[in-house]
Design a protein around this ligand. Sequence first.
Ligand SMILES: O=P(O)(O)OC[C@H]1O[C@@H](O)[C@H](O)[C@@H](O)[C@@H]1O
Length: 269
Amino acid sequence: MSSNPTYPSAWHCHTLQCGPDSLRLCEFGGQVLSWCSAGKERLWLSPLADDSGSKAIRGGVPLCFPWFGGRPGLPSHGFARTRRWQLLRLEQGEQQAQAKLAFSEDDHTLALWPYRFQLTLTVTLRPGELDLALTLHNTGTESWDFTAALHTYLGMAPDTPLPELVGRHYFDKLSDGQDKEFLQPIAPNPIDAIVPGLGRIDAAGLSLHNHGSDATVVWNPGPSGAKALADVPDAAFAEFLCLESAVALQPVTLAAGAQYQLGQRLRLG
Ligand SMILES: O=P(O)(O)OC[C@H]1O[C@@H](O)[C@H](O)[C@@H](O)[C@@H]1O
């Protein structure tokens, strides 16, 4: 297993290589940080991302669980992105490379959310393709509800044309969930949209396929929002767009012993 010395040691990073394509991921948060395909970085990672290994990393693909969004007095987007995951497997290959990480309850998570679970993230890299599959397993004896997201930060301008979104209705988190119609271009205004459904989105030569989700979340803080975020450089709102595969509209109830999969596949072309 190779670890990556260029990222903070507190993140515990590893590299996947598949032919010329490469990917970096870390045990902290079970988070993918970088995906280089066809010679280009496809994700965005903030140069000001917290490097302590105790706060959420701004960029890559944070995993939100067991809730998406905020809850009074509890960590934003749950706790999965701020805990260390266990690397189970890392396999390199010319046609396919794969990593598997897992995360289960511990005393810290039980104090915040009193349920037993196992999350498994399978990251599969193929030439021109990244597949992310998050399996949620209820390992306890009672059912629990969750919302969740693969909070993907794409390294593309927020005014990138998104033809599948134009004209669709969304819930606007910036105005108390009001129903609005999606218009382009987004930038330079902030956007925080929960768009029901939407299995596939094309964005600047990249296609995204979401599965297991009830919505795609589109987020960019805009200039004023970026200024308010300590871990985003002021002008960097123009460098990324989050297109998230999410269970955000309706919590899913998972019975004891049951499993659920939420995923996103990104493909060039
Ligand atoms: O700053 P955080 O906790 O990583 O969240 C960033 C954004 O994540 C998005 O998914 C949410 O819809 C936004 O409301 C939120 O501001």
